[in-house]
Design a protein around this ligand. Structure first.
Ligand SMILES: *[C@@H]1O[C@H](CO)[C@@H](O)[C@H](O)[C@H]1NC(C)=O
Length: 223
């Protein structure tokens, strides 16, 4: 009897190992040492690199959960202060479990499509650490929500320095110019700006702007 049990386990083992690999590959919030530009938090949003187009990158992101809040404003800088405070309160314990949650990277900003003088809705998101991805603590502030980003393929342009309205607009301008020059198709309705550094960091700051690929990414052919 123990013998049959043993061989049953041996037969199941390859399947279990396979399952474990799949689960590991699905954990898309992970150790920051895997990302050279993610240096200030223990966990970061990970991705699969797909290809490089000049100085643009194509990446695959898996669906992940974020805690988010929105604010209407003319300037990102004004909106950001209120949004950051609300999200910071959430990770400091303003949630139904009263738990303190580690900061992760990047902080994501969803930028409205608008002219500079218009008011638009900005959304800021903190990425939930791996241990809270399955069942995030519920926010106690009604303006703070948990939301998912779907699996997505994105075009990314990285730049250094500070994340300001003008640096973000400038980076998006460069991203769109380069994508339009090669006839790449992308969604116009979602514009993400990602920041990887605290405001206290002076050197080696890393920021990104990204848009979602429509159809197949315009990767250079392999030959
Ligand atoms: C990237 O995502 C696309 C669309 O979901 C998928 O077809 C492709 O296989 C993915 N590539 C990798 C390397 O994960």
């Amino acid at each position: 009897m123990p013998r049959t049990q043993h061989s049953t386990i041996m037969m199941l083992l390859p399947g279990l190992v396979g399952l474990l690999l799949v689960l590991t590959a699905e954990a898309r919030v992970g150790d920051s040492s895997q990302l050279q530009f993610c240096t200030e938090t223990e966990e970061c949003l990970l991705f699969d690199p797909i290809c490089q187009i000049n100085d643009l990158e194509v990446r695959n992101y898996s669906s992940v959960k974020w805690v988010s809040t929105s604010e209407s404003s003319m300037l990102m800088e004004f909106a950001a202060m209120n949004m950051f405070r609300r999200l910071f309160d959430y990770i400091r314990g303003s949630n139904d479990q009263g738990v303190v949650i580690d900061m992760t990277s990047p902080v994501l900003m969803n930028m409205p499509q608008k002219s500079w003088w218009q008011t638009g809705v900005f959304t800021m998101s903190f990425l939930l650490p791996d241990k809270y991805q399955k069942s995030p603590p519920k926010p106690t502030d009604g303006k703070v929500k948990v939301h998912d980003t779907p699996d997505m393929t994105v075009y990314v342009l990285s730049y250094s320095g500070w994340m300001t309205t003008s640096s973000i607009n400038n980076a998006f301008g460069q991203l769109f110019t380069q994508l339009d020059a090669i006839g790449a198709k992308y969604r116009k309705d979602t514009r993400y700006a990602a920041g990887y550094n605290s405001p206290m960091t002076i050197m080696d700051r890393h920021n990104e702007v990204m848009v979602v690929v429509e159809g197949k990414p315009a990767c250079p052919s392999q030959d």
